[in-house]
Write a protein that binds this ligand. Structure first.
Ligand SMILES: *[C@@H]1O[C@H](CO)[C@@H](O)[C@H](O)[C@H]1NC(C)=O
Ligand SMILES: *[C@@H]1O[C@H](CO)[C@@H](O)[C@H](O)[C@H]1NC(C)=O
Length: 167
């Protein structure tokens, strides 16, 4: 009986989230780049928004801090200015002042399909999820460099983010 219920549940969950990834890369104490194909999340020169930019080899944009290690939630601080933290404003993701205690809009969960380290690649096929509303970071690979990084429906975006850590 129990197994029928759990089979039913897993079919249901698989149906809802066909490609949802399962591992969480080891981010403690790392500085990272959050990339999609040839682009990565970078910072707008004109405000707190994020924009896509060509990957800068060996240069990390985000310093990872702990939000809730047990649940693998992280804060993503700007390497060049750790006063600023990636924040889900409810609209765009923006770099806003980091204000402890850490709240859900300043926490992020990484769900990847592979978390094996290969050189500087530490997470592959990832969703970067905001626990505050369940939306995912969208670094569009179809849009040109300089386009806004947004938040959107995770399944529509797909798990295509790769995480690199500069050694
Ligand atoms: C991460 O970046 C910060 C700020 O530039 C630097 O102080 C720190 O040493 C870096 N950490 C690692 C692990 O590279
Ligand atoms: C992702 O961002 C691109 C470019 O800004 C946009 O065209 C696309 O609709 C977004 N996708 C989702 C699922 O929000």
């Amino acid at each position: 009986m129990l197994s029928i219920v759990s089979i039913f549940l897993s079919v249901l969950l698989a149906g809802a989230n066909p490609a949802r990834a399962t591992c969480s890369p080891s981010l403690l104490g790392t500085n990272i780049s959050i990339t999609n194909g040839p682009l990565e999340a970078g910072f707008s020169l004109n405000g707190p928004a994020l924009v896509s930019q060509p990957i800068s080899e060996g240069i990390s944009e985000f310093a990872v801090g702990i939000s809730d290690f047990g649940r693998r939630k992280w804060t993503l601080l700007k390497v060049a200015d750790e006063e600023l933290s990636l924040t889900n404003t409810g609209a765009l993701p923006e770099m806003l002042p980091f204000e402890p205690p850490i709240v859900s809009p300043q926490s992020w969960i990484f769900e990847c399909s592979s978390c094996v380290s290969e050189g500087s690649l530490i997470g592959e096929g990832c969703f970067v999820v905001s626990p505050s509303d369940g939306r995912c970071l969208n670094i569009s690979n179809a849009a040109p460099a300089g386009s806004l990084v947004t938040l959107g429906d995770c399944d529509a975006i797909g798990g295509s983010i790769n995480i690199y850590s500069a050694a």
